[in-house]
Design a protein around this ligand. Structure first.
Ligand code: SF4
Ligand code: ZN
Length: 408
């Protein structure tokens, strides 16, 4: 029986406003409507390796609360195994569709090795500091669904999707369906849902949300987008709504690279045996050690001095940690904005129109049907052939990733 809002949530009967939907809604309502209201998903094909997804599984293991007080080597080995197993499964699926290819296999193996090395780097350089700093993970990879209400009154939605879901449920459970059922029905509760990478308790007992990303390049130190971020801030507001004392969030970026040992060049360049390219992922200490041992004359003659100074002043960063505290006022406002936006999204009178723009459309997965709609073609045919019509949203049935999602 559906009595409390929690009963509805447990039965997966709610209109969940998902964190990723906000960005889409603000970006372009046409795209948002196709994806979030009509459930059109671009058809995807198996890839040899979804690095972000596999890496996420590794990190999830590394921050598993049950492994926090276990020996570091055990946690790392399990994390590397979890990452490796996920890679293997992905690769097997790919092979089933596309068969063997030497190039693909080489690239796959390289990235599997890189991922395992990155996990090791992170264990030694970051996880260890988290432990020493008195942080401890409470939950990892946690889904939440928080009821949305205005002035203590729960919001209900009677949109098409909500009705379909409810009618299916009613049919199976002997409830009212048909027109009569619809009129008497109050709708499904509107909730705010998302998935948090890690909830960590800090040394003072307040909680932090940790968000992981992997990227080819790291963000600037004072990343404005984080100062004004409202996505992770909304996670925090949701946690506060559940009774937690909330401190802020930690945005953790990991470069898709690890420090490499300098390798000698095939022949000397300007008297030096080792490359002094500024793009190399080398660290001062290991570079200095290497040239002292393997190219002592050039080192003694000072040929490497400029490069050594450069490495000292511009150490290569392999991760970036942005700690963003949030106060009560910020959380209250963020929650207020969730409510306002949710009410717009479920408004039956909401107007849907495209928001074309250079950056918006460049990565948009809906470009084809959008052009078709603009010029009067049968865009629905395009949707039917190039997209899958789903019953559930991706967060209801797929894995999280550390890679950013573009175009949706
Ligand atoms: S192509 Fe541009 S205008 Fe069209 S749906 Fe995508 S983002 Fe919107
Ligand atoms: Zn709805």
């Amino acid at each position: 029986v559906l009595e409390t809002v929690q009963d509805y949530i447990d039965a997966k009967l709610c209109h969940s406003i998902h964190t990723s939907g906000s960005k889409s809604f603000r970006g372009c309502r046409r795209r948002w409507n196709w994806l979030y209201n009509e459930f059109w998903y671009p058809k995807t094909t198996a890839k040899p390796l979804e690095f972000g997804v596999a890496y996420h599984v590794g990190m999830e293991t590394l921050y598993d609360p049950k492994l926090w007080d276990k020996p570091e080597s055990v946690a790392l080995a399990l994390a590397q195994k979890a990452f490796y197993d996920t890679c293997q499964t992905q690769y097997k699926n790919y092979l089933e569709s596309f068969g063997e290819d030497e190039e693909v296999r080489k690239d796959y193996l390289e990235r599997v090795e890189l991922g395992q090395a990155m996990l090791k780097y992170h264990t030694v350089n970051v996880r260890r500091q988290d432990i020493v700093g008195g942080y401890k993970p409470l939950y990892v990879e946690v889904n939440f669904e928080v009821p949305l209400g205005v002035d203590g009154e729960q919001l209900w939605c009677k949109c098409k999707t909500c009705w379909t879901r409810y009618a299916n449920y009613a049919e199976a459970n002997g409830g009212w369906t048909g027109m009569m059922g619809f009129v008497a029905w109050r709708g499904l509760p509107v909730t705010y849902g998302g998935r948090i990478d890690v909830v960590m308790e800090g040394p003072d007992g307040r909680v932090w949300v940790l968000d992981w990303k992997t990227a080819a390049r790291l963000s600037e130190d004072t990343a404005t987008f984080l100062l004004v971020d409202d996505q992770i801030t909304r996670y925090l507001a949701a946690l506060r709504a559940c009774g937690y004392r909330v401190a802020g969030f930690i945005y953790h970026e990991q470069k898709k690279a690890i420090p490499v040992e300098p390798e000698p060049m095939t022949r000397r360049y300007k008297g030096m045996l080792f490359s002094t390219n500024k793009q190399n992922d080398v660290e001062l200490e290991s570079f200095m050690r290497t040239v002292m041992e393997n190219d002592p004359e050039a080192y003694a003659a000072g040929l490497y001095n400029t490069y050594l100074d450069y490495l000292r002043d511009n150490p290569v960063r392999f991760y970036g940690r942005h700690v963003i505290p949030r106060n009560d006022e910020e959380l209250s406002q963020a929650w207020q904005n969730v409510l306002l936006e949710a009410q717009d999204m479920i408004d039956p009178g909401l107007r849907i129109y495209p928001n074309a723009g250079r950056f918006n459309c460049q990565t948009c997965a809906f470009l084809q049907p959008c052009l078709g709609k603009n010029n009067g073609e049968d865009y629905e045919y395009t949707l039917k052939t190039l997209f899958d019509k789903r019953k559930y949203h991706y967060w209801e049935d797929t894995k999280a990733s550390t890679d950013g999602k573009g175009g949706q």
